[in-house]
Write a protein that binds this ligand. Structure first.
Ligand SMILES: *[C@@H]1O[C@H](CO)[C@@H](O)[C@H](O)[C@H]1NC(C)=O
Ligand SMILES: *[C@@H]1O[C@H](CO)[C@@H](O)[C@H](O)[C@H]1NC(C)=O
Ligand SMILES: *[C@@H]1O[C@H](CO)[C@@H](O)[C@H](O)[C@H]1NC(C)=O
Ligand SMILES: *[C@@H]1O[C@H](CO)[C@@H](O)[C@H](O)[C@H]1NC(C)=O
Ligand SMILES: *[C@@H]1O[C@H](CO)[C@@H](O)[C@H](O)[C@H]1NC(C)=O
Ligand SMILES: *[C@@H]1O[C@H](CO)[C@@H](O)[C@H](O)[C@H]1NC(C)=O
Ligand SMILES: *[C@@H]1O[C@H](CO)[C@@H](O)[C@H](O)[C@H]1NC(C)=O
Ligand SMILES: CC(=O)N[C@H]1CO[C@H](CO)[C@@H](O)[C@@H]1O
Length: 601
């Protein structure tokens, strides 16, 4: 029972029929962490795989999982499945995923440079039509220095061993420009910081560029080296704390019609295990490579500038190559998108992977939704809203916090594939059943995939005619009376002039709790004091105190309606029902109460 409540208050409570209400216990705070929701489908591998690799073709419902000497296929729509055995043959002979999708083996072909000899996290393979780029060693005896290579199409090329220091590759992409000879390859990596001063971070995050039509150098020494390599530092610094997120963990590319507007979402971590997301545009990256001076180079600029793509069929002049090869870094650094030039957000989670999906909401606007895999087997769904970024839900994908090995987005079908070493889950992006099925919670969640209509929290894929409120950083005024089911509210009848507590129990000390009366904020609790409930005390209930009360919690932008009470005037409530005898009986009880109160005195 409430602390400090006198026996008299207890009796009054009993008399008012409220004991049941208090004793029934408050609704549990719906953890914003949800288990894999309705609509999730699972495929468990016949055996655990230590180094699984996942392949999914956009707009299909199937997944290929490469295991040790095996390949698994599973179709989530039909449950069709098979396992293909691949006994280990001669080293370097392998089959491509292209043939495997036909469920046929091709005659063995040379897979050197495409598949690693041993499981290796530092591998990156990019297939762009006929061209294949790879960071994989061509032979097991090859030196230790990792290189970025072109292994198919247009002649083999590799990066000079001096242009990167101990690189760890993150991701690569090709980007079409207006003219084909300007087409570029960009890859993102970390490397040892050449600045060895104690305050400098030991690792530094970079973006490198290459021209797709690079033909290599002209001298015997440079013949198979890229001649258009340049690298730049990626900056991701919180302007408030000056905290530097220097470790690039993952990137996700968001293409646009104009390549300049295509974006890179970079996921960074720092030494303290916090993460930040910084967004860059390829227009800015291109600008840095085109206009910046080279670090440490003070000589004259050659006619063909370092990093410049030459017209098709031509070679980069050797003079240009020599300068670029000995000064591969540009001075200017790549900063996040304007106007803020700062992280989109940062927080204390250690994220492993990032994916971004653009979704059209009910207001016709398009919103970017970020999926961030944590190191605890869960995924955070974060939405970019006009007033900032909101972490709307955490999905615990795997039991036992199994590490997430892969996260693949299928934009056409709006589903996620999440892989561990024992299973793959297919999750719909519109997990509207994750929210409490009431208007306030559905709208407060600010999930652009979901809205309120016809008494449930529905996916916009089912109907666009739903209630949403994404632009408005307040819950008020969104749910109209018609949207709010009266049954959601606990009816409590209270006598005029009696006292009443509205109580919202605080379960998370990182959350803010607000009480609203008829959509007007009446009480705000953002407490750091432990075990302190958010309660609003009405010493003497008057006419204006009756009506609807909602307690809304907000944590990391995740909001929900926790307690919903409707205070009714007990006298009117009874007289409306024409229960005169009850009124008479209540007078008897009041008398009893007064007598007892006198006794306790
Ligand atoms: C509020 O509710 C919580 C949980 O039910 C309870 O522990 C607490 O004592 C209540 N506070 C008041 C003032 O009634
Ligand atoms: C694989 O397919 C068989 C039928 O061919 C089916 O009985 C089985 O349930 C499927 N396995 C899974 C995990 O769905
Ligand atoms: C980061 O720095 C540490 C310490 O110098 C080094 O061992 C590690 O290889 C570096 N990692 C990368 C990705 O450069
Ligand atoms: C996905 O496939 C369906 C039918 O298979 C097709 O109608 C639809 O256009 C495809 N969507 C995309 C984005 O490719
Ligand atoms: C709500 O119900 C009405 C009547 O049953 C129906 O016409 C309408 O399409 C429904 N709306 C949604 C969003 O499902
Ligand atoms: C509360 O009262 C309203 C109107 O009298 C009614 O529609 C609603 O169902 C009641 N709520 C509950 C939970 O009984
Ligand atoms: C807590 O509430 C006060 C007053 O309402 C407000 O100024 C402050 O920003 C709030 N703090 C947080 C962390 O929400
Ligand atoms: C690389 C390779 O061998 N690809 C083959 C995969 O299978 C298809 C159809 O069987 C062939 O057309 C490809 O050449």
């Amino acid at each position: 029972m409430g602390r400090g409540r006198s026996p008299l208050a207890l009796l009054v409570a009993l008399w008012l029929g409220q004991l049941g209400t208090w004793a029934a216990g408050r609704p549990k705070v719906n953890p914003r962490i949800i288990a894999a929701p309705q609509g999730a489908k699972e495929y468990v591998f016949p055996r655990r795989e230590r180094f699984p690799v996942f392949f999914h073709q956009e707009n299909t419902s199937s997944i290929y999982v490469g295991g040790e000497g095996r390949l698994y296929y599973y179709d989530f729509a039909t449950r069709e499945n098979y396992t293909e055995e691949f006994p280990v043959r001669n080293e370097g002979q392998c089959v491509s995923s292209g043939n495997l999708t036909q469920r046929k083996e091709s005659p063995p072909w040379d897979g050197r440079g495409i598949a690693p000899f041993t499981p290796d996290s530092n591998t990156l393979v990019v297939v762009d039509g006929q061209d294949i780029y790879s960071t994989i060693k061509k032979s097991q005896q090859n030196g230790k220095i990792p290189r970025f290579r072109r292994v198919r199409g247009g002649g083999e090329l590799y990066t000079s061993d001096t242009v990167m220091q101990n690189p760890q590759f993150v991701k690569a992409t090709t980007l079409r420009h207006e003219e084909p000879h300007q087409d570029k390859i960009y890859y993102f990596f970390r490397e040892d910081n050449p600045d060895k001063s104690p305050e400098a971070p030991r690792n530094i995050s970079r973006v490198a560029q290459l021209c797709k039509e690079d033909r290599g150098g002209t001298s015997s020494l440079s013949a198979s080296k890229w001649t258009t390599f340049l690298k730049a530092t990626l900056i991701c610094v919180d302007p408030v704390t000056k905290g530097n997120f220097n470790w690039l963990q993952d990137v996700f590319f968001v293409p646009a019609g104009d390549w300049r507007l295509s974006k890179v979402y970079g996921l960074f971590t720092n030494t303290w295990g916090s993460s930040a997301v910084c967004v860059y545009s390829f227009g800015d990256i291109d600008n840095v490579f085109r206009t910046s001076r080279l670090k440490g180079y003070n000589g004259p600029t050659p006619e063909v500038k370092p990093g410049q793509c030459v017209p098709s069929g031509q070679h980069t002049p050797s003079e240009t190559f020599k300068i670029a090869d000995s000064h591969p870094e540009v001075e200017e650094r790549v900063e996040p998108l304007s106007p803020s030039r700062s992280p989109l957000f940062h927080n204390k989670h250690r994220y492993q992977k990032i994916g971004v999906h653009e979704v059209a909401a009910g207001d016709g606007q398009r919103y970017n939704v970020l999926y961030l895999a944590t190191d605890k087997g869960s995924i955070h769904k974060v939405v970019e809203l006009p007033d900032g970024v909101q972490n709307i839900v955490e999905i615990q994908v795997f039991p036992n916090k199994d590490p997430i090995q892969a996260m693949i987005l299928d934009h056409a079908r709006a589903v996620l594939y999440v892989g561990s070493s024992s299973r793959v889950l297919e999750l719909p992006m519109d997990m509207c059943s994750a929210y409490r099925n009431n208007c306030h919670s559905c709208v407060l969640a600010r999930d652009p995939y979901c809205g309120w209509a016809n008494g449930s929290c529905l996916s916009l894929a089912r109907s666009r005619d739903v209630l949403q409120n994404l632009n408005f950083n307040s819950w008020q005024g969104s749910c109209q009376r018609g949207d709010v089911k009266e049954d959601d509210f606990r009816n409590i009848s209270v006598m005029p002039l009696s006292r009443y507590y509205l109580n919202c129990s605080i379960e998370s000390h990182y959350a803010t709790y607000n009480w609203y009366h008829e959509d007007v904020l009446i009480k705000s609790c953002n407490t750091s004091r432990p075990q302190h409930d958010c309660f609003h005390f009405i010493p003497s209930v008057r006419r204006e105190h009756y009506g609807h009360y909602v307690c809304v919690s907000e944590e990391d932008g995740f909001r929900q309606a926790l307690v919903k009470e409707r205070l009714l005037d007990r006298q009117r409530f009874l007289s409306q029902r024409g229960r005169a005898p009850a009124t008479l009986a209540s007078w008897f009880r009041l008398l009893l109460v007064l007598v007892l109160a006198e006794l306790f005195h």
